[in-house]
Design a protein around this ligand. Structure first.
Ligand code: G1P
Length: 294
């Protein structure tokens, strides 16, 4: 059975993005002209996901509004004859079935996923973290589901090589290469020190998980940072379930980090059909000024 449901956790405080994220959810900050979470939802839809489950929290209602119909705005655009903008706005609300559930306490990523248990039900499902924007064709999640459909069983984690000094920011796998981009995982550690890290292959925010993960999450003690960690639940489930790491083909941006967010804006800006050429000209102008100032 292929995967049709995707969970997108979006309940965090976004502290890495203060002050911008004080009153605006970081998931709604735009990369060029689209909120980061819309890139994630589009990746899920382009992959064939039919239901997206958002896990939100207090002060995050505007994320749900973004994907809902906006009667007043649509009426306004229609009455002004702005049909292009009207279509843009309507397309967002027609994208996919979006269901949302609230995480009432910020107890960690694992706990956020557990909040989606009832809606996911007894099916394998995908998790996409809203901070990780992956520019890839086919989409990163599609690549993973293709691998899953071949293997038919197991947990699949998107992985990427990172500089060794950065391993403390990620879940890190240890394992053996078993295919072109595929690793059989035998160790998984959340945010290890450089000495403890089993490799420099980091888990990037895309996961394919079986529903048994919920039973593990329900009885899991807090881990790193006092939070219920998804990584710990996967490692535990790995005692009875095969775990694979898939080194996806594509460029990943950490949109939860100021520099990664800026880089994504430049890269996606350059590719934007209308703005791209003007952004390129502007970047060249700035580069010239910087060279002259050296
Ligand atoms: C989370 C996960 C971590 C993973 C990372 C990818 O960490 O806990 O295992 O490597 O996402 O972005 P966070 O960045 O939310 O602290």
């Amino acid at each position: 059975m292929t995967i049709k449901k995707a969970v997108i956790p979006a309940a965090g405080f976004g502290t890495r993005f203060l002050p911008a994220s004080k009153a605006v959810p970081k998931e709604l900050l735009p990369i060029v002209d689209k909120p980061t979470i819309q890139y994630i939802a589009e990746e899920a839809i382009d992959t064939g996901i039919t239901q997206v489950i958002l896990v939100t929290g207090r002060e995050k209602g505007s994320i749900e509004d973004h994907f809902d119909i906006s009667f007043e705005l649509e009426h306004h655009l229609r009455s002004k004859g702005k049909s292009d903008l009207l279509k843009l706005v309507q397309d967002i609300s027609e994208m996919v079935q979006i269901v949302s559930v609230r995480q009432k306490m910020p107890l960690g990523l694992g706990h956020a996923i557990l909040c989606a248990k009832q809606i996911v039900g007894n099916h394998p499902f995908a998790v996409l973290l809203a901070d990780d924007i992956v520019d890839a064709d086919p989409p990163c999640l599609r690549q993973m589901i293709d691998v899953y459909n071949d293997l038919r069983k197991g947990i699949i984690l998107a992985i990427k090589e990172v500089p060794r000094r950065e391993v403390y920011q990620y879940g890190i796998i240890g394992g053996k290469k078993v295919g072109n981009r595929l690793y059989k995982v035998d160790a998984l550690v959340e945010k290890p020190s450089v000495e403890e890290a089993p490799s420099n292959l980091a888990v990037i925010g895309r996961y394919l998980l079986p529903p048994e993960i919920f039973d593990v999450l329900e009885s899991l003690p807090p881990g790193k940072g006092g939070e219920i960690q998804l990584t710990d639940a996967i490692a535990r489930l790995g005692e009875t379930y095969p775990i694979y790491g898939y080194r996806f083909d594509g460029e990943r941006y950490d949109a939860g980090d100021k520099m990664g967010f800026f880089a994504a804006n430049v890269r996606f800006g350059l590719k934007h059909p209308d703005l791209g050429p003007r952004i390129a000209a502007f970047i060249k102008e700035v580069a010239e000024e910087l060279r002259e100032a050296e």
